[in-house]
Ligand binder design. Structure first.
Ligand code: COI
Length: 359
């Protein structure tokens, strides 16, 4: 299959979807007019690449994804520049991670270049869906699901890969204002050897109950600990986590049970470029609480495509709340947030070649 096989059906004007006002954007509430789809069958491989009007899917009730959660996804964004260009931020890393996630759940690989080209076509068709207010963007959600109707447990023989797009603002209602997180002591998200390093839908199902219980107690999110010893900090579930301890930028190393975030990687690369000391290593929750007590923990923030940089000003472990010293967001979070946004929106020269223009 190559891109000359891409068929395009445009939405009829009367069927265009309502575009949100910048103030009602939220995250993942509105969807653009078109979507990309392609199918995989055992005998044909990936085929049927097409852009069509956004619409509900028809699935057999026995479709394997509904029973055994063979589903993976990605998230990246299209950013508007002041001079009317459209930029993507390191999309090749998202598509390569998509293939890694798919491999982990036995879904056949996609052609990353072909899919990226198709996504660029999709963005061009729906370019008037890209919001222009600061901090807003068009979120791109590639997704793969097992569609074969079969209820024996094995990898499916039919898949659907699709891409939908959603104009978004801040992920958390707090925006760039600091959030509060609860260190999770009862539930685990993933163990080493499990699905945690893959962007599989099942990871998010595993996280919901803990997040709901935390939310009811007034915390925005949970900070996961490792499944074996419940000692090592992992990630927040919707973002990776960073600490400023003794003037070093510290984040848990990639053990396989946490997501290898693309914003995480960019934060580490930016901080090193600025000459900051960065450390990817095991981080125990005792080290974090001790550093907080000693005043050596000066900042804590999450990173993610959706969350961008999300400062944390309070966390709770074993019923003890720990407050980060004012002011929060601190200077490191502010500088990273500003720099990422400026590169993504083309306002700052991109010294790393991270942005890809949609032309
Ligand atoms: C992202 O940051 O893109 C994510 O996928 C996190 C969340 C919205 C699931």
């Amino acid at each position: 299959m190559d891109l000359s096989d891409l068929s395009i059906t445009l939405v009829k004007d009367a069927k265009r979807r309502r575009k949100p006002h910048p103030d009602e954007m939220g995250f993942g509430v509105f969807y653009s007019d078109h979507m990309f789809l392609m199918d995989w069958h055992e005998d044909r491989g990936w085929h049927g690449a097409r852009i069509e009007p956004y619409r509900p899917l028809t699935l057999d009730p026995a479709a394997m994804v509904l029973h055994y959660a063979q589903a993976a996804f990605e998230g990246f964004k299209a950013y508007p520049t002041k001079d009317g260009r459209i930029l993507l931020f390191r999309p090749e890393l998202n598509l390569s991670r998509m293939n890694d996630s798919m491999e982990r759940i036995c879904v056949p690989r996609i052609d990353e270049q072909l899919v990226l080209s198709a996504i660029k076509e999709l963005i061009k068709i729906d370019r008037d869906w890209i919001p222009t207010d600061r901090g807003q963007s068009l979120y791109i959600r590639p997704t793969v699901i097992a569609t074969e109707p079969h209820i024996g447990v094995r990898p499916a023989k039919h898949y659907l890969f699709y891409v939908i797009m959603s104009p978004v603002g801040a992920y958390y209602k707090e925006g760039f204002s600091p959030i509060k997180i609860l260190v999770e002591e009862n539930y685990v998200r993933s163990a080493v050897g499990g699905l945690g390093g893959a962007k599989a839908g099942a990871n998010y199902a595993a996280s919901l109950l803990a997040a709901e219980e935390a939310r009811r107690r007034g915390w925005t999110q949970v900070l996961w600990l490792d499944a074996t010893e419940r000692r090592y900090v992992e990630e927040v579930g919707t973002m990776n986590i960073f600490f400023m301890i003794d003037n070093a930028l510290v984040t848990p190393g990639l053990t396989g049970s946490l997501l290898p975030g693309i914003t995480r990687r960019s934060v580490l690369e930016l901080a090193s470029h600025w000459g900051m000391k960065t450390e990817q290593r095991p981080v125990t929750i005792d080290e974090v609480t001790q550093a907080a007590e000693d005043g050596r923990l000066t900042e804590m923030f999450g990173s993610g495509t959706a969350a961008i940089i999300s400062p944390v000003n309070e966390f709770c472990y074993k019923d003890v709340p720990y407050l980060l010293p004012a002011p929060q967001p601190g200077p490191v979070a502010v500088n990273l947030f500003e720099m990422l946004l400026a590169i993504q929106n083309g306002q700052q020269e991109d010294p790393f070649g991270w942005t890809v223009e949609v032309v």
